[in-house]
Ligand binder design. Structure first.
Ligand code: ATP
Ligand code: ZN
Length: 671
C-alpha cells in the first residue's frame, strides 16, 4: 500500500512552524507523534534500553570516571549514558532545540530539560528511563494516530485502482491514475464506476446513493450520465470518461473530508492551549519543589516528568478525525471539525418540509381548470413555465405532462422567484405559475376552489387571466417521524419552516409531532426566523434541501443539506448527508455529542491525573521512574479513549455491496 498520502501529510506537519496560522505551542508535539512505527525508532528504543541496563548494573565499570577538563574535576561520567541520551534521544533533543529557537515551551523541551538535568547531576539511569518511555510513548501514540488517518484513507480509497479501458480497439486493464478524459471505460456488473462520464454502450441500474443520495437504483441508458463512486448493479456499461479522480463528484466529496481533516476546530486550539499550560504549571511546581526540598534534583525532575499532556494535544485531533471518518461512514460529510463541535451542542433543529421531511417527489392529485378554461390549456401553460424549473412542484407537473404524452413548448423567457413561483413568456403572453400570493402580487385574481386534503395548489395564469390550479401532494418520509422523536428524546427542540401553505404544513407537523410550525415563508423569512433563534442563544442546526433554504442554512450555527438537495444547498451547508435519511443525521448529532464527551473527559482526566501525579511526587510517594510511567501511561490511555471514535471494524453502510464487488473477479483484480 502506498504511503503517499501519509508522507504528504507528515511533510505538512514537519513544516508547521513556517505557516502563520499555527500560533499554538503544542503543534510540534503532536506533529512529532505522527510517526508510524519505523525501524530506526525501534532500534533507538532498544539501544536506550541497553544503555539503561548497562548503567544500572554499572557495566563494565563499577566506578564511573569523573569528567576532567584540564585538571578541573566535573561530574561522574558514563559513555553508556552519553550514547543512550544523544543517540537514542536524538529526535527528542532535536525538537527540544527547535522549541528553544522558536521560543516556545513544548513537552519535548520540558522532557529534554528533565533528561539533561538528570544526566548533569549524575542520575544517568533516570535520564535513560525517561528517554526510553518518551520514545515508546511517541511510537505507540504515532501508531494510534496513523491508524486514524488510515481509517479515513481506506474510506476514501473506495474507487477501483484497476480499470478496464478500450484503447485502439483493444481492452486493457490500466491503473486508474493513467486514465484520461475521453477514455472508454468498461464497467462490469457489481463494480464501482471509476469515472464521471456518459454511457455510450450497454444499460444498467446504478446505485448513486453515495453521490446524489438517491437510494433507489437508477436506470442508465446510452447518453445518460454516471458518477464515479456509484455502484453498477445489473448490466455492463461502456462509459465515455468526462472527469477523472479529484475532478469527479466523488473526488470532491473526498476532498471535502480531507480538508475537514486539516482544518482545526476551536476545541483543538483550546486543547493546544491547555497542553501548553500543563507544561508551564509542571515547570512552576518543579521550581517550587526545588525550593521546598532544598535542591533535591530527583524529585524536581519527577515533577517535570509526571505531567503528561498528549492526551489532550494529540487526543483531540484524533477524536475529531475519528468522528469525521465515522460520520462519513454513516453517510454524513462533515466539512470541518468546527461544525462537528457545534453539532455536539445543538439544542434546536429546524427542518424544511419539501424534500427534507417529505420525499420531495410530489405528484399531481387533481387539476382544477377555472370556469370556461380547457384542462389542456391549463396544463400546456403550466408545463411550458415549469420546463426549466428545478423545483419539486415543477417536476411533478412535468412528470404528469410526460405521462400524458403532452408536447411541452419551450418558454421564450423564464424567471424564478424563490418561495413564490415562475414568470415565463411564450408566444408573447406572460404565464405565471406559483402560489396564491405570487399571482395576487402580479394583480391576477385567484378563484378559491376545493382542494384535496393535504395538497398544495399551483395556480396558473396566462396574459393576466386566471387559468386554474393544479393540486400536488407529497409523501412524508417514513423515517422522518422516527428522527423527530429521536431528537425529542435527546432533548432537542424541532421547528418546521416551510414555504408551503399552512394547511399542508400543519398536516405534516401533526403527523410527525412537531409543535412549532411556520408556513408560507419566503426564503428571507426563513432566514429571519433562524436569525431570531440564533440571537436568542439557541444552538441551531438547519436541515434543508432547496434554493429557498440556502440563506437559512448559512445563518444557522450548522447548516445541513440533504443528499438529494440542490447544488447550492449542498455547497452552502456545513454538513451534507449523502443519503436522505434523517435518522443518519440524528446519529451524526449523537456522534458529535459523544466526541465532545470524549474530548472533555480527556481534558478533565489529564488535569486530574497530572495534579495527583504532582501531588504524589511532592509528597515523596513517586520517584522519577514511576513519574515517567504515569506520564506516558495516562496520556496513552486518553489517546486510546479518543481512538474509540475511529470507524474501525464496523462496515460502511454499503458493506454488502462492497463484498459483492470484491467477489466479482473483474471488479477488483488482485493487488
Ligand atoms: N416552480 C414552482 N412552481 C409552482 N409553484 C411554485 C414553484 N416554486 C415555488 N412555488 C410556490 O411557492 C411556494 C413556496 O415555495 P418554496 O420553494 O419556498 O417552498 P416549498 O417547496 O413549498 O416548501 P419548503 O419550504 O418546505 O421546501 C410553494 O409551495 C409553491 O406554492
Ligand atoms: Zn507526552
Amino acid at each position: 500500500m502506498s504511503d503517499h498520502a501519509a508522507d504528504h501529510r507528515h511533510h505538512d506537519h514537519g513544516h508547521h512552524h513556517h505557516d502563520d496560522h499555527n500560533d499554538h505551542d503544542h503543534d510540534d508535539h503532536d506533529g512529532h507523534h505522527h510517526h508510524a512505527f519505523d525501524w530506526l525508532m525501534g532500534v533507538r528504543i532498544a539501544f536506550v534500553a541497553l544503555c539503561a541496563v548497562a548503567v544500572h548494573f554499572q557495566w563494565p565499570d563499577a566506578n564511573p570516571p569523573l569528567l576532567m577538563i584540564g585538571d578541573q574535576v566535573f561530574l561522574p561520567f558514563s559513555w553508556w549514558a552519553l550514547a543512550g541520551i544523544v543517540i537514542g534521544g536524538w529526535p527528542l533533543l532535536e525538537e527540544a532545540w527547535e522549541s528553544i529557537l522558536r521560543r516556545k515551551m513544548t513537552m519535548e523541551l520540558s522532557m529534554g530539560i528533565a533528561i539533561l538535568a538528570a544526566a548533569y547531576t549524575g542520575y544517568f539511569f533516570v535520564a535513560l528511563i525517561i528517554t526510553f518511555f518518551v520514545l515508546v510513548a511517541e511510537v505507540l501514540e504515532g501508531m494510534t494516530l496513523e491508524r486514524g488517518r488510515r481509517a479515513i484513507r481506506n474510506l476514501l480509497e473506495l474507487l477501483p485502482r484497476q480499470v478496464s479501458v478500450r484503447r485502439n480497439g483493444q481492452i486493457a486493464e490500466v491503473d486508474s491514475s493513467t486514465l484520461r478524459p475521453g477514455d472508454i471505460v468498461l464497467v462490469a456488473p457489481g463494480a464501482l464506476i471509476p469515472v464521471d462520464g456518459r454511457v455510450i454502450g450497454g444499460s444498467s441500474h446504478v446505485d448513486e446513493s453515495r453521490i446524489t443520495g438517491e437510494s433507489m437504483p437508477i436506470e442508465k441508458l446510452v447518453d445518460d450520465h454516471v458518477y464515479a463512486g456509484s455502484i453498477n448493479r445489473s448490466g455492463a456499461l461502456e462509459i465515455d470518461a468526462r472527469s477523472i479522480g479529484k475532478d469527479t463528484s466523488y473526488g470532491r466529496i473526498i476532498e471535502t473530508i480531507e480538508q475537514a481533516e486539516r482544518s482545526r476546530a476551536p476545541i483543538q486550539h483550546l486543547s493546544d492551549r491547555l497542553a501548553a499550560y500543563i507544561v508551564y504549571v509542571a515547570l512552576a511546581f518543579a521550581v517550587l519543589e526545588y525550593w521546598i526540598s532544598k535542591g533535591d534534583v530527583n524529585s524536581t525532575i519527577s515533577v517535570i516528568v509526571v505531567a503528561g499532556a498528549c492526551g489532550v494535544a494529540a487526543g483531540t485531533p484524533l477524536a475529531i478525525l475519528g468522528a469525521i471518518g465515522r460520520a462519513a461512514r454513516l453517510g454524513a460529510i462533515v466539512k470541518g471539525g468546527a461544525h462537528l463541535e457545534t453539532l455536539g451542542v445543538v439544542d434546536t433543529v429546524v427542518l424544511d418540509k419539501t424534500g427534507t421531511l417529505t420525499f420531495g417527489k410530489p405528484e399531481v392529485v387533481a387539476i382544477h381548470p377555472a370556469d370556461g378554461i380547457e384542462e389542456g390549456d391549463l396544463l400546456a401553460a403550466a408545463t411550458m413555465a415549469e420546463l426549466r424549473s428545478e423545483h419539486p412542484l415543477g417536476k411533478a407537473v412535468i412528470g404528469l405532462a410526460q405521462a400524458r404524452g403532452i408536447t411541452i413548448a419551450e418558454p421564450e423567457t423564464f424567471s424564478y422567484t424563490a418561495g413564490r413561483g415562475i414568470a415565463a413568456v411564450s408566444q408573447g403572453e406572460r404565464v405565471l405559475v406559483g402560489n396564491r400570493d405570487w399571482l395576487l402580487e402580479n394583480s391576477v385574481s385567484v378563484q378559491a376552489g376545493e382542494l384535496p386534503r393535504g395538497s398544495t395548489p399551483i395556480h396558473v395564469s396566462r396574459g393576466g387571466r386566471y387559468l386554474g390550479s393544479i393540486s400536488v401532494a407529497d409523501t412524508v418520509r417514513p423515517e422522518a417521524a422516527r428522527a423527530v422523536s429521536a431528537l425529542r428524546e435527546m432533548g432537542i427542540r424541532t421547528v418546521l419552516l416551510t414555504g408551503d401553505t399552512a394547511e399542508v404544513a400543519d398536516a405534516v407537523a401533526a403527523q410527525l409531532g412537531i409543535a412549532d410550525v411556520r408556513s408560507r415563508l419566503l426564503p428571507e423569512q426563513k432566514l429571519e426566523h433562524i436569525k431570531t433563534l440564533v440571537a436568542s442563544n439557541a444552538a441551531v442546526a438547519m436541515v434543508g434541501d432547496g434554493v429557498n433554504d440556502t440563506l437559512a442554512l448559512a445563518a444557522a450555527n450548522v447548516g445541513v443539506a440533504m443528499g438529494s438537495g440542490t447544488a447550492v444547498a449542498r455547497e452552502q451547508a456545513d454538513i451534507v448527508l449523502l443519503g436522505n435519511d434523517l435518522e443518519r443525521f440524528v446519529e451524526t448529532v449523537a456522534l458529535a455529542r459523544r466526541t465532545r464527551r470524549v474530548i472533555w473527559f480527556n481534558f478533565a482526566g489529564t488535569v486530574v491525573i497530572d495534579a495527583i501525579g504532582i501531588l504524589l511526587v511532592m509528597t515523596g510517594f513517586v520517584g522519577p521512574v514511576l513519574a515517567v510511567m504515569i506520564h506516558t501511561g495516562s496520556e496513552l490511555a486518553f489517546i486510546l479513549n479518543s481512538a474509540r471514535l475511529l470507524p474501525m471494524g464496523k462496515k460502511p453502510a454499503h458493506a454488502h455491496e462492497e463484498r459483492n464487488i470484491a467477489a466479482a473477479p473483474s471488479a477488483q483484480p488482485a493487488e
